[in-house]
Design a protein around this ligand. Structure first.
Ligand code: ADP
Ligand code: MG
Length: 319
């Protein structure tokens, strides 16, 4: 990522806690600081339950952080309310995992795409057809789909409609939460190619949450690895395979894909389960699964620090 990139959204020391039973506290995000730049993709990866969706819900102002700030062009958006919040929502749009559940099944595609535009008074009712066709073509679907209902489409087509709807407000940022995870591998690839193409044309910033590391590193300019609510490593996607250093990132990468794999050796993967976010250990969150755990790792929480340009890691091995 070049230094001249414009910073649009900045999460600073964001923590999200939920009250749990018996007076306990669940820490879903712990001191997360991440940046989103114009025209660039931030991938967030990590196992199910590590806090990815919680973080994204805060970025789109569906929830407020317990601590920390989220700055949009330098202004904290966590305290926006009422009309100011409503207006702000236009700039950051979201594409969900399951478009079938996200859309009203009784609405035609035309109305699904145009609903946000009508809500913000940006088009007139008699322009719906023309506008819907324009955005359908943008996501490489036939304009005639404007009159269809969501159930008359495939999962991949519905997800293209989800992207068309997000694009319609001309946002600066589109956040995708497992937006391709329910699709077949080939369809998933096509959707990502579409997102990358639209990003280049419109200079949109993308946030892309996914539990599939191999997929995200193939197109994320910056990839953040999350573990038990903590960011443990941030580095450019293209450098992940050869250059990741956190034992968790390495284990995840080793578990999925190694082009030079020695098939005589057992495939390395992580055996045990992640601890519960209700019960985060003192010290490093990854200690109980790490094969390089040291004494300090059980006592001190490792902070995220820069080890080379565009590469941060939270691990005592690199202190
Ligand atoms: P991911 O998207 O990475 O799978 P989530 O962000 O959905 O993870 O969840 C992180 C943790 O926070 C999980 O342990 C989850 O159970 C918990 N969590 C998420 N939302 C809530 C909520 N509204 N109330 C209580 N706990 C929650
Ligand atoms: Mg999730």
């Amino acid at each position: 990522m070049s230094e001249t990139r414009e910073l649009i959204l900045e999460a600073k020391h964001v923590t999200k806690k939920y009250p749990a039973s018996n007076g306990r506290t669940l820490v879903a995000n712990n001191d997360v600081s991440l940046n989103i730049y114009r025209g660039r993709t931030l991938g967030i990866v990590g196992e199910s339950g590590c806090g990815k969706s919680t973080f994204m819900r805060m970025l789109v102002s569906l929830e407020a952080p317990t601590e920390g700030e989220i700055l949009y062009h330098g202004r904290d958006i966590t305290k926006l309310k009422g009309e100011a919040l409503r207006q702000h929502r236009q700039h950051i749009q979201m594409v969900f995992q399951d478009p079938a559940a996200a859309f009203n099944p009784k609405m035609r595609i035309r109305d699904i795409i145009c609903e946000p535009l009508l809500n913000f008074g940006r088009i007139k009712r008699n322009e719906k057809d023309k506008v819907a066709r324009k955005y359908l073509e943008m996501v490489e679907l036939p304009g005639d789909f404007a009159l269809r209902y969501p159930h008359n489409m495939s999962g991949g087509q519905r997800q293209r409609v989800g992207i068309a709807r997000a694009l319609a407000l001309e946002p600066e940022i589109i956040l995708c939460d497992e937006a391709t995870s329910a699709l077949d591998v080939s369809v998933q690839k096509n959707i990502i190619e579409l997102l990358v193409k639209l990003q280049r044309e419109k200079n949109i910033a993308l946030g892309f949450i996914c539990h599939d590391m191999a997929l995200v590193q193939s197109f994320a300019h910056q990839m953040a690895v999350m573990y038990l609510g903590n960011i443990v490593e941030v580095l450019p996607g293209e450098r992940v395979a050869a250059g990741c250093v956190h034992p968790y990132t390495q284990a995840m990468m080793g578990a999925i894909f190694d082009p030079k794999m020695d098939f005589d050796k057992p495939i390395e993967s992580i055996e045990s389960e992640a601890p519960s976010p209700l019960d985060v250990p003192t010290g490093c969150p990854f200690q109980n699964r790490c094969d390089r755990c040291m004494e300090i790792c059980r006592k001190e929480h490792p902070v995220l620090r820069q080890i080379e340009e565009n590469h941060q890691v939270a691990c005592h091995l690199y202190a």
